[in-house]
Design a protein around this ligand. Structure first.
Ligand SMILES: Nc1ncnc2c1ncn2[C@@H]1O[C@H](COP(=O)(O)OP(=O)(O)OP(=O)(O)O)[C@@H](O)[C@H]1O
Length: 266
């Protein structure tokens, strides 16, 4: 068979889980995101790293339907998010930064609410809520109001809400912030098995070591631009991800400043 006929018999290549094309966003005079292009392959565990104020949260907010871009397109598994936000959000799980939750509900009620909102039936929602509370070590606090949760518990219950409908793409902004090491390890296991079963995770983090160990792809962004993107090995080369990050981003200021802060007089 000639090669072109062979190609015709192959299924179309699956689109990436997330494709960002030419995303821009300005807040007043501040350009937070200045033309970001990113391809997140389906089935990847993708890290998004960058210094404070780099534009990570703004990018992820635009990628998940929380913030309208000034320009650019967002395709989730080939579907235009901003053309069909309701349809696309059905396959999307989001843990936004600085989550505002209905915190007068208990943890169990909040996860149940998220499940029902996504159209799950009551039985499935109840079973998944119990599973998630156990997996995230929240079962003992299932009947506690979320307003009385600690920062880490709040993060975990928000993650449960992002997972309850078994999305195809999970977008997590700083999921490990304020979370204790045991819970973090449990969350990493949950995410690793989710990816192994075909799901895609994109996660922002400031912890380079974690991203290097956990993710297979990474993008470094600063000043609203992508500085480097690809597999973790491609981006870091022979260095650690942390060293490569510092090399790309710069900004080390040395220890000479703040002389007034030194307590010794000599
Ligand atoms: N609602 C807003 N109004 C005005 N400026 C904003 C707003 N949101 C973000 N910015 C600005 O846009 C830039 C990018 O912010 P963003 O929160 O996306 O950064 P980030 O990479 O997530 O930072 P961090 O790592 O500190 O969380 C910053 O300069 C920030 O001050």
């Amino acid at each position: 068979m000639p090669p072109e006929d062979v190609r015709a018999t192959l299924p179309d290549q699956a689109p990436p889980a997330l494709l960002l094309q030419g995303l821009w966003r300005r807040f007043g005079q501040k350009i937070a995101v200045a033309g970001i292009d990113l391809t997140v392959p389906a089935g990847s565990f993708y890290g998004l790293v960058g210094p404070n104020g780099a534009g990570k949260t703004t990018t992820l907010s635009m990628a998940t339907g929380l913030l309208q871009p000034d320009f650019g397109t967002v395709l989730v598994h080939g579907r235009d998010l901003w053309a069909d936000p309701v349809g696309v959000k059905a396959v999307l799980g989001v843990l936004p930064d600085g989550v505002r939750l209905f915190d007068r509900l208990t943890g169990a009620q909040l996860i149940t609410y998220a499940g029902l909102l996504h159209g799950l039936d009551r039985e499935t929602t109840a079973a998944r809520t119990a599973d998630l509370l156990a997996a995230l070590d929240l079962a003992a606090d299932a009947q506690t109001l979320v307003v009385d949760y600690s920062a880490g518990m709040t993060k975990k219950v928000a993650l449960a809400c992002a997972l309850v409908h078994a999305p195809r793409l999970l977008v997590l902004d700083e999921p490990f912030e304020a979370v204790d090491p045991v819970s973090a390890a449990n969350i990493r296991d949950i995410l690793a098995s989710y990816v192994a079963s075909g799901g895609t995770v994109i996660v922002s983090s400031h912890v380079m070591d974690l991203v290097q160990r956990m993710c297979d792809h990474v993008a470094v962004i600063a000043g609203g631009h992508v500085l480097a993107a690809g597999t973790v090995d491609e981006v870091r080369g022979d260095a650690s991800l942390e060293d490569r990050f510092v090399e790309l981003v710069g900004g080390r200021v040395g220890g000479e400043g703040l002389a007034w802060l030194r307590t010794s007089s000599d």
